[in-house]
Write a protein that binds this ligand. Structure first.
Ligand code: OGA
Ligand code: NI
Length: 335
């Protein structure tokens, strides 16, 4: 059965299956703003200072924003516009991509990959496709809107370069060899768009489950409609959209490579009653085969590895049932 919220029109009330139990739903919508997410200026000529700021953010909050990152405002806006146009296309066109099979290079689904079996549905559609190498994947992308492939390919290439630049600063800061993250650890490159139509009662629903990102690193363009929330001292707080900034989330894979120096922010998404919300995530993650493990440069010096080696499919299997603490079962005995 194909369900896409973006095909619904004139929704007057929240269907029962989207109403979360009272201990999970947002309830009172008066959330404080999370004010201390570091905003890091990548245009700062003092590169060492930037590296230290990135390291500190990865260690402390497990989330930061970047400005003056080199991706133009026009490209960010154009990409957002082309995606909004895509979600407004007739249902039959989008349904051609409908699939919950993660081996499909380009797919759209609603709520989560477990739509058929889950007890409650999340208020979102998600459109995800692979991006790298571009020439192997672009043919699976939509041909409509007609600008889709040219705009999204430019965006994918530029955001990938930006993420690799950030990863390179991280490897310098950690004292691991340059280029460590290029290759197998960042081989999977996904472009993942969340789309939430206005919800008649956001106090009852969620746009995404509470989770930590399992991949290596995420770059998120939140657009202009709030919804992303972080757990801070046991309270949900809102990440206010910052124009032209990208949100960067070090993922669980990076936490392992850092031998537990880094944090991965736990987050969720709430819905909005007035505006449609579209966000663009760019995920870099490991190949299926490589062993995810603490970097040699960190543990060869005598530091005990906090995690044993494991593959991404092993991690993803645990993540599917434990969205926040999937790493627990990969800890070494002493940890
Ligand atoms: C994600 C995510 C947040 C958002 O896709 O992993 O957390 O605001 N997205 O869409
Ligand atoms: Ni996430």
């Amino acid at each position: 059965m194909v369900v896409l919220l973006s095909n619904w029109s004139d929704v007057q009330s929240v269907p029962e299956r989207y109403i979360f139990p009272s201990d999970v739903r947002p309830g009172n919508l008066d959330f404080p703003t999370y004010t201390d997410i570091p905003v890091i200026d990548l245009g700062n000529p003092d590169k060492n200072e930037t590296i230290q700021q990135i390291l500190k953010a990865c260690q402390d909050s497990g989330i930061f924003q970047v400005i003056n990152h080199g991706v133009s405002e026009d490209l960010m806006d154009e990409t957002m516009n082309v995606l909004e146009e895509f979600f407004n296309l007739p249902g039959e066109y989008k349904e051609r991509f409908y699939s919950q099979d993660i081996t499909k290079p380009c797919r759209i689904f609603s709520s989560t990959l477990a739509y058929e079996t889950e007890e409650f549905h999340y208020w979102r559609d998600n459109f995800t496709h692979r991006c790298h190498p571009l020439e192997d994947n672009i043919h699976s992308w939509p041909e409509n809107p007609t600008k889709y492939r040219s705009v999204v390919s430019k965006y994918s290439v530029e955001t990938r370069m930006l993420l690799l630049r950030i990863l390179n600063m991280i490897s310098q800061g950690l004292g691991i060899e340059p280029g460590y993250f290029e290759g197998e650890l960042s081989k999977t490159h996904l472009f993942s768009v969340n789309h939430h139509i206005p919800c008649p009662d956001p106090s009852l629903t969620l746009g995404m489950p509470v989770h930590a990102d399992p991949n290596l690193i995420t770059l998120l363009h939140q657009g202009h409609v709030p919804g992303l929330q972080l757990l801070k001292d046991g309270r949900w707080t809102e990440v206010a959209p910052l124009r032209n900034a990208f949100i960067i989330l070090p993922g669980l894979t990076l936490k392992v490579v850092s031998n537990d120096r880094f944090n991965t922010a736990i987050h969720r998404v709430v819905t909005n009653s007035k505006q449609t919300r579209t966000t663009i995530g760019v995920f870099l993650g490991p190949s299926q085969e490589i062993s995810i493990e603490p970097a040699g440069a960190l543990v060869d010096s005598g530091e005990a590895p906090v995690y044993r080696g494991f593959t991404y499919p092993e991690l993803f299997n645990v993540f599917k049932v434990n969205h926040c603490d999937a790493l627990r079962c990969f800890k070494t005995d002493s940890n």
